[in-house]
Write a protein that binds this ligand. Sequence first.
Ligand SMILES: Cc1cc2nc3c(=O)[nH]c(=O)nc-3n(C[C@H](O)[C@H](O)[C@H](O)COP(=O)(O)O)c2cc1C
Length: 191
Amino acid sequence: MPTILAVSGSPSPVSSTHQVLTLAADRLGARGHRVESLAVRTLPAAELLRADLDHPQLADAARQFAAADAIVLATPVYKAGCSGLLKSFLDLLPQFALEGKVVLPLATGGSLAHVLALDYGLRPVLMSMKPRAVSESFFVHAGGIRQGPGGFAGLEPGTGALLHEATDRFAELVEALADGPARTVRLVPAA
Ligand SMILES: Cc1cc2nc3c(=O)[nH]c(=O)nc-3n(C[C@H](O)[C@H](O)[C@H](O)COP(=O)(O)O)c2cc1C
């Protein structure tokens, strides 16, 4: 089974985004995938901003990214785009760091006005990194998140079911491409 890396791009220590990502990762794990995780906020901040790949933690993170067959990228929506933390991490990686990989973009956000932030903001960034395929993006609005005394207390049932669907579609894509030749797949047919 392919290895999937779940990358959390929220700077928050009590992150809803991280929790949504964990639910997706659990779903993928239950399908038999080997799922690893990387929380960008745990990387040394100054070295991340300087893109200092000589730092062992950053070098390890880049190696972990390179070794994965597929990536789940999760970010909170900040200012109608992805977090600066996630973008800093992507900027650290080689130009075609997504070559041969399948990607699932996930976001949480407070405004439905920004439901397209992943497709208008993050997707072009990902495409520039030459992915094999980018699965359908999934945006979780704050209204779909239950909050308890300790913060995140799960997803509303409808939102949870949609997350499962998006995760399953991604997993099917990863599995379908796992045995095929390593080339970029164009999901939009030529006219
Ligand atoms: C600095 C900042 C900027 C934000 N900008 C937006 C925004 O432009 N659009 C939006 O839908 N939500 C915005 N939000 C709300 C967050 O996306 C939302 O609360 C998200 O679930 C936070 O995820 P986290 O718990 O992982 O940090 C913003 C929050 C912060 C702190």
